[in-house]
Design a protein around this ligand. Sequence first.
Ligand code: AMP
Length: 542
Amino acid sequence: MQGLMQFHPLMISSAIEFAALYHGDTEVVSRRVEGDIHRSNYATINRRAKQVAQALDALGLAQSARVGTLAWNGYRHFELYYGVSGSGRVLHTLNPRLHPEQLAWIVNHAEDEVLAFDMSFLPLVKAVASKLPTVKHFIALCDAAQLPADSGIPNLQSYEAWLAPNGGDYTWPVFDENLAAGLCYTSGTTGHPKGVLYSHRSSMLHALASAATDVIGICSRDTVLPVVPMFHVNAWGLPYLMPMVGAKVVFPGAALDGKSIYELFESEGVTMSAGVPTVWQMLLAYMDANQLKLSTMKRTVIGGSACPPAMLDAFRDRYGVTVNHAWGMTEMSPLGTFGTLKGTQLHASADAQRATLLKQGRAVFGVDMKIVDGEGHELPRDGVAAGDLMVRGSWIIEQYYRGEGGSILDADGYFSTGDVATLDADGFMQITDRSKDVIKSGGEWISSIDVENIAMAHPAVAMAACIGVRHPKWDERPMLVVVKKPNVEVSAQDILHFYEGKIAKWQIPDAVQFVDAIPLGATGKMQKTKLREMFKEFTLSA
Ligand code: AMP
């Protein structure tokens, strides 16, 4: 017997429609790339998102066509989130920090038909426009008056001129909730990045689950400033969750330095924020140096990389701000675990509570987790045994875009995260190592293999391994370990110069160490764990 309840597909557009109806005058404030502060509200965002949908219809864009965005956190990007996905197209958020070649590769792989970009990325778009054959429409996120007369970009239009002919008299369509809504590429360990294709259903279930009090738990009385970029896993789902609960929104634009963030926190009465440790490092340094206090901030979510213990202490002890340590992945929309204490832990000693909160967080309903040994056998949830962390759930990847990488789930439907972790009986997960060969610097991935391949092309290098080493500001930075060819002279500087122009500047290693040999395993593979162990005390200076 089937249940006798209604079925309504989960549509992303329902979040903004709801916010417009019941929180229409709730503000959406943005620091624009132009530098000024712009004020909007949910009613206006919904109307303008509908204008975006109409503008896409006018271009004749088919269902599931990809619309790329190269933009910071701001109201126009927010409108595109809804206008693109809400009308049945796919919002493809691009990471502007990538090397232009890599960016072009991703746009071509996704076959984006429209590219909407902030004016600060005009030089970048100019440099790659001729290499993007599928992009037929370039939209600059600005007023008509700001559009340069001769941009060199074909068919360039300003966003405002593009929207203007459309009145916003539009009803959000309802379609299959499993249709693609968003696309985000993640740097893989091998060669090219891979696309993660979110559906309406997965994004809405993720938002509903993250609304729980023990999870992100924001509400209509909150003012939320997402520091995490909208090009990083949909700013951790906040653009969907904030309108669902009617929270006031503050978008920081391109200014992510400590001073700019602090000023917005204070001037807009921000109560909750979210971002990677590097931005909090900058905010804490600025507040410490200027002896400032936070008057409205209550809570911040820190994830993307491990939250350093001193950061949790500083926020709590000096600023009265609760830190929730969270963990997730692009492949998980991204939420996997979230750090809040359970009732039974409230009476534990301060040290024990701190140790618990420094773990990567606690299981969230909707995400099944297990840890396994090398043979795939499940290990106990005892907080001691460490194994490969596997996840499964309704907002977790089934396969990469266009089937890249083939079948990625185990026999029980679990996805391997590439993180090595412990799990305990309360659901707390702690990362102890990483089995994937990547480095995360300031929240951005660097592929060790790409770095090694370039080094191997240097005439004096016999073998090269790239590993992450600790860094006080960026958490991790790449270091190259090199075995020289016999009887050749080469300096660290020579090798570092060799990288120029080949990868983005921030992906170039910070240091080169010469060794006689790199440890190899039985199959001839470089043993990175041994190398990481060898250099574990090595810390780069800021
Ligand atoms: P991304 O797909 O860019 O979001 O990166 C996901 C990966 O970042 C995870 O698999 C972890 O390796 C790492 N990561 C995310 N959050 C944390 C955290 N709180 N602590 C340590 N590593 C993290």
